[in-house]
Design a protein around this ligand. Sequence first.
Ligand code: ADP
Ligand code: MG
Length: 375
Amino acid sequence: MKKHILPGETIGILGGGQLGRMMAISAKEMGFRVAVLDPKADNPCAQVSDHAILTDYDDPNGAKQLADETSVITYEFENVDLGTVGYLEKHAFLPQGGELLKMTKDRINEKNTISSHDIAVAPYHPVKSLNDLEEAYAEIGLPAVLKTCQGGYDGKGQYVLRTEADLDDVRPLLNGDTPFVFEKWLTFEKEISVIVTRSTQGETAVFPVAENIHRNNILHHTIVPARISDTVQKKAEALAVKLAEKIDLIGTLAVEMFLTQDGSIYVNECAPRPHNSGHFSINACITSQFRQHIRAICGWPLGSTALLKPVIMVNILGQHLQPVLDVIDQFADVHLHLYGKDEAKTDRKMGHVTILADTVDEAIEKAESLGVWKI
Ligand code: ADP
Ligand code: MG
């Protein structure tokens, strides 16, 4: 694959959310044109794109229009309709291909693939029926978590199982058709993530390890450098690069990991796209995850991922939006990113702030001084 895409050509993005928007902003800065396909009018990506195709993701006419208009196509979420992907692989240039999507779309597929490359994941067992649940419980025990295999995000579709009574609560969900995965609940020391990018030319670059703090299963803030040893840092980066190479990655892969007390790393899940835990890179790295993604799919050499300064990125969820807006005009060094979403619903990701400082502690202190969050 030798294709280079150049400024003036059009990049197509499947999905019009904030990740698409930030990809589009990078692409526009670099002089590309952008077309986005998403059914919602005035979606976050459409607001910054040249053209919006407002059809359903599985509408063949929309896919055809996107193929006809663009030199290269990417996606910003993993639940892309596979029919559309098949069409685009044939009739357009979709360098990331369909395989990566198939792997990350389904938690069991994903865990099977990761463990087939000798990378550790929490013990797991596929569950569709009551019988499967008994088998999983006998094999893995409690505490555990039952997750829907497809379509879950921000902890949606997950049931933490601590007691036998919790098992009773999930039995009615098992109708024999919906696939779930039963996973051992790990006691971890930290959650970390590594974003790795691989270009159409086979070049690989990895972002600094991010330390992620979740609240109610939603990413609350990310700290970089992660407060881990150099050995763990190197191990986490090497693991992400190994996985990227094993699966012949093209584009971006975010690898979420659990670090346990004894220094072991387990992969939790992967996303085949830029990731919330990489938003720090927009202000804090020489090349952001979004620019890097555009470079990768356009066949350009990858940029340096070096960190400019210690940084914290804090998400602005619906409930944080007004409190942030009330004080933001008093802070010179708090970089505000808003996604252009209309309704500030509770827990909806509306934007984020990024704060660089000389140390991680100072960055945390500055973030707390807004009076919106306790870090
Ligand atoms: P989502 O697709 O919703 O992000 P995840 O599998 O990443 O789903 O789970 C969300 C969060 O729930 C994780 O970031 C972690 O905090 C917690 N979690 C998930 N699985 C486990 C597990 N096996 N052990 C401990 N914590 C877990
Ligand atoms: Mg996750």
